[in-house]
Write a protein that binds this ligand. Sequence first.
Ligand code: ADP
Ligand code: MG
Length: 847
Amino acid sequence: MEKICVAVRVRPPVTHDSSTGAFWKVDDNRISLHKSHGTPISGISYAFDHVFDEGCTNSRVYELLTKDIIHAAVEGFNGTAFAYGQTSSGKTFTMNGSETDPGIIHRAVRDVFDRIQLMSHREFLIRVSYMELYNEEINDLFAVENQKLQIHESLERGIFVAGLREEIVSNAEQVLKLIESGEVNRHFGETNMNARSSRSHTIFRMVIESHAKDTTCSSTDAIRVSVLNLVDLAGSERIAKTGAGGVRLKEGKYINKSLMILGNVINKLSDGAKNRGHIPYRDSKLTRILQPALGGNAKTSIICTIAPEEVHIEETKGTLQFASRAKRITNCAQVNEILTDAALLKRQKQEIEELRMKLQGSHAGVLEQEILKLRNDMLQYELEREKLEMELEEQRKSHKQREQSIRDQQMKTDNLGSLSTTSDFERSSSQAQDSGRQSLKEVSSDSSSKSQGDIFSTPSNFKAAPHSFVVKRSNYSQLPSFSPLPDAFSNVVDEDTWFKMNKGFIADLDSLQITPARKVQSFPPSDETPGSNENYKHEVHNLKRQLELAVEERDDLKRKHAEQAVLNDQLVREISELQKEAQLIRDIPQRLCECAATCKDIYVDVLSKTQSFISDEKSSAATLLSSISEIGTSLFTTLEAQFSAAFDEDQGVLSRNSSLIEEQRKILSERLNSTIKLFVSSEPSSLENEQVRNSLCCNEYKDRARGGETACWEEKLSNELSTIKGRYHGLEEELDSNNQLLEKSKQRYDAFEAEFRLLKEERDSLHKKVSESSQTLALVTDQKENVVKDLNHELLRRKDLEEKIEQFRVAFGCRKTSLMSFHSEFKSKIESLRAQNPVSVPKSVGC
Ligand code: ADP
Ligand code: MG
C-alpha cells in the first residue's frame, strides 16, 4: 500500500498588479496564505509531497514527481499522472510544456524509450492512444472518425475504451508526432480566463508490454503489461467566473460535473478503507477510466496547479483542499504479470518465430518490416472486432427502437380504428335521452375545451350509439316546437350508408360548428402519409444495410474458418510425420540393444573357443582369458542395460546409468590393465620355473615355441580388447547423440502439440462465432421480415382507414349542408309562425 504522491505548482503571475491583498507563500513543501504585510492567515496552510514555486521548471517537476512512476511503468507497474486545477493555472503547460521547457508527457515518452534501451535483457512492445473526454463523450484524438466510444470491462483487459485506436510505436519521435497530430483534434475554447482553454479532459495512454529475451534464464515466461496514463484535466473553475454562455456553458457544466464526481471519488477514497462504502467510479467516464489509478493497482501522482493572483484565492483554496484529500488515498500497485498467452506480445512472438523460420535467409530489415506490419494488422483486426461488437450493440438498440416505434404506430392505428369502431353507446344514448337541445350544446362546448393533443383519439363529441340517430330524432319529436323532418333531409344521405360509414356513430352538429380545430386534427392532412412512408422506407433500407453487413461478417468468418481449417490440416500432417520420426528415434535404443546382445554372443563364443586351446586351466593365460571374459561380459551386460533404459525413455535413469557406466568402465579397464600387467610380469618367471623343472627332458625349441605362442595370444587378445573398447566408445557416442536427437524431437513434438491445441481452440472459437453470427443473422432476417410484414399490414390498414375517413368526411359535409339548410328553413318557418302567433312560441326553441 502506498500513498498517492501529491504536489502543488504555483504558476507565475500573469499581471504584476500591486494589490495590497493576501498572497500565497511557498516554504519548502508547505504553502500558506499570508496577509499583505506578511502575517500568515491561520488555518490556511497546507503541506504536500512537493510544492513548486513560480520559478520551477517542468524538468524539475518531472524529476521529482513523475520520473519514478514512468520508470516503474517500464518495470510493469501501472502509472498515472494527472494535472488538476482551475483554468489558466498551468495544467496544460505542465503536461505539454513549451518549446524550451517540454512538459511531463514529452519527457515521459523520451524517458520510457531511454529506459527500454537500458533494459537489453527484455523485449518491449509499446502501444499508444490519445483520447478526449468532451461533454461526457469519449473521442479518439488519433482518429477523428472514432467518436462517442464506449467503456468496457473484461477480465483480460480490465477497464478499456472499445474502438480506441492504438498505435504500435518504436521510438519517441514517432510518439511525439502522433501526439502533435492528436492535439489538432482537441477541443479548445476561449473563456475570460484563458484564450485557449482546454474544454475537455485528455488522456494520453501508453501500454507497455515486455518479456524477458532469454526465457531459459528466467523462472517463468511471464509477460508484463503496464498502462501509463498522462491526464490533462479541463479547468475546475466556477462557471460564473469564466463568463461562459451557450456552448461554453454547456461544456462547463459537463466539465464541472465530471470534476465534481472526481472530487466525490477522492473524498470517498480518502475516508479510509473502513468508512469508504460505495465509490462512485461509474458516475462519470473520467473516474471510470481512471478507476485503477484511484485507489487501485497503480502508482499515481497528482499535480495541482494554482494561480497566484488574489482574485483566484477561492479557486486556489478549493484546489488545495482537493489536493489534501487526495493525499490520503492509498493505492496498491503491483507488477502486472500475465502467465497466459493472452498478451499481444506473446502472440506476436510466436508469429515472429514462425516468420523467422519461414523467411530464414531473407534480409533482416524486410523481416522486421513484415513483423511490424503483421503487428499492426493484428491490432487493426482487434479494433475491427471491437467496432463490430459496438455495431451489433447499436443494431440491438435500433431494433428495440424500431419495435417501440411499431408499438407506438400500432397504438395510433388502434386509436384511429377506435374512431370508427369503439362505441360509447350507453353514455351517448343516455345523454341523448336525458337532455334537450340546450344540454347538447353544453356537452359540445365542453368537448371543445378538452385536449386536442391526440389527433387519433376518439373525440368526445362523437357519441357511440348504434341507434342513437333514431333516438335523437325521437328526442326532437319531444321538443315543444318540434317540426317534422323535411323531405329534403332524407335525400342528403341515406341512413344505411350513414350508419355503415360511422359504424354506429353520430355527431352533434353544433359541436362541429364550434370545434373547427378538431376537424382539422381528426382528418390528418394527406402529406403525413408520405412522411411516414419515407420513414418506413428509411427503416427498411437500414434493415437491408444491416443484413448486408451481417452477411459480409458471416462470409468473412467463413473465409477465416476455411483458412484455419487448411492450416489445421497442414499441422495435423506435420504432427503425424513428426510422430513417425519420433517412433523411429524411439526404436534406435531397441535396435542397439539387440546389436549389443549379438556382439556379446559372438564375444563369448570367441573366448570359449580360445579357452579350449589352453590345456592348463591354472596357467596365467587361462586366468587372463577368464578375466577378460568376465570384463567383456560385464561390459556387454551394462551396454544392454543402458540401451534398454533408453528404450524405456526414462531419462532420469538414463543419466544416472551413464555415470554408473562410466565408473564401471573405469574399474573394468583398471582391472584389465592390472591383469595384463600381472600376466606380463608373471610370464618370464613361470617360464624360468618351467625351464628348471624340465631342464633335463625339454629342449630349447619347445620352450621358444611356447613363449612365441603366448606372446601371439597376448597380442591378439589386446587387439581384440582395444577393438571392443573402440566399439564400446563408438556405441556410447552414438547413444549420446541419439539421446540428444530424441530430446530435441520430443521438445519439437511438444511445441507442435501445444500449437495444435491452440489452433484447435481458435478454430473452435471461430466455429462458435460463425454459428452465433448465423443465428443472429437468421434472427435479424426473421425480425426484418416480420417488421416488413407488419409495416405492409399497417400501411394497408392505414390506407383503408383514410379512405373510410374521407368518405365519412364527404358524407358529413353533405349532411351538414343539408342540415344547415334544414335549420334555416326551420328557422324561417318559426319566424313565420311567430309572425302569425307571437305569444305562444317558447324562446328556447331554435334560438
Ligand atoms: P490550463 O491548462 O490550466 O488552463 P495553461 O497551461 O493553458 O492553463 O496556462 C495558461 C497560460 O499560463 C499559458 O499561456 C501558459 O503558457 C502560462 N503558464 C502556465 N504555467 C506556467 C509556468 N509554470 N511557467 C510559465 N508559464 C506558464
Ligand atoms: Mg489546459
